[in-house]
Write a protein that binds this ligand. Structure first.
Ligand code: 2YC
Length: 265
């Protein structure tokens, strides 16, 4: 998975307001409504829980501004979030002792836990569902529509599962055929001449989707970091409200609404 940099997460609050407006244009739904849809909850089951963001110093260590950015994203959708003043296991211990949910990320895993109901959420899984729900709304329903899912990692697989359940026909693309083995979907290891109207771009490469892969009305929902579209194409799609992309926001917010689901044990 791609490690974020400080520039990916500066001015989060201003960015969230802009992103909310972009999503209302592209998906006809607010940031929070997309997030709740991805978790399968509605306003009646939304709660503002005390939630701590615990900085983790292991491995490559702290990313400047990461904990603050996660905290601001959680506050934006209504969680009672704060950055824990202790780090690592001490921070996790203090959060659980207070009965607070907590978010923590090392170099390999970004997770959220709710000690009140045992619910746990993983960023890759949550991100896939967040971008899938956004595409479903942008498409005004995805039933019987074909969706290209580029990238068979945790994010792409989670998006494919959500959209398949919503009735879409999935074409799963990855250059590594190992990742496509035993897949329940139609798969391909190269993008032929087919043009797609609905795309999930969930790869870590920076040039996967080009004009020739897209119809004139195509919508691209891209959790992939870095963005897998060439700059000009990305700018044109964005200006026409047909590109959904953000480095951290959608996935982090879905992790929180995942914690509100009914009892896990
Ligand atoms: O500041 C901290 O607590 C660091 N330990 C955070 C490291 C996050 C590493 N992961 C990433 O940059 C992203 C995640 C946000 C999702 C996938 N990669």
């Amino acid at each position: 998975m791609t490690r974020l940099t400080e520039t990916d997460i500066i001015d989060v609050v201003d960015y969230l307001k802009k992103l909310d407006d972009e999503l209302k244009t592209a998906c006809n739904a607010s940031f929070k409504n997309i997030v709740m849809r991805a978790s399968g909850i509605d306003e009646t089951s939304f709660k503002s829980l005390k939630t701590s963001v615990v900085p983790i110093t292991s491995g490559l260590g702290i990313i400047g501004g990461f904990s603050h950015a996660v905290c601001e994203i959680l506050k934006y959708i209504g969680a009672d979030a704060y950055v824990c003043d202790s780090t690592d296991v001490d921070g996790i211990y203090n959060s659980i002792k207070e009965g607070h949910c907590f978010f923590s990320a090392d170099d390999n895993r970004f997770t959220a836990y709710n000690p009140l109901n045992g619910r746990i959420s993983d960023n890759g899984d949550a991100t896939g569902r967040g971008f899938a729900a956004a595409l479903e709304l942008a498409a005004n329903g995805i039933k019987d529509k074909t969706v290209l899912v580029a990238g068979a990692g945790p994010v792409g697989i989670s998006a494919a599962k959500y959209l398949h359940k919503a009735g879409a026909e999935i074409i799963l693309f990855d250059i590594d055929k190992e990742k496509l083995q035993n897949s329940e979907y139609r798969t391909c290891t190269s993008l032929g001449d087919e043009k797609y109207s609905y795309v999930i771009e969930a790869t870590t490469s920076s040039k996967v989707i080009t004009e020739k892969n897209l119809t004139d009305t195509a919508v691209v929902s891209a959790p992939g970091m870095p963005l897998g579209l060439e700059k000009k194409l990305a700018q044109r799609l964005k200006s026409e409200g047909r590109l959904i992309h953000n480095p951290l926001e959608l996935g982090t917010a879905v992790m929180y609404t995942d914690l509100l689901l009914k009892q896990e044990f």
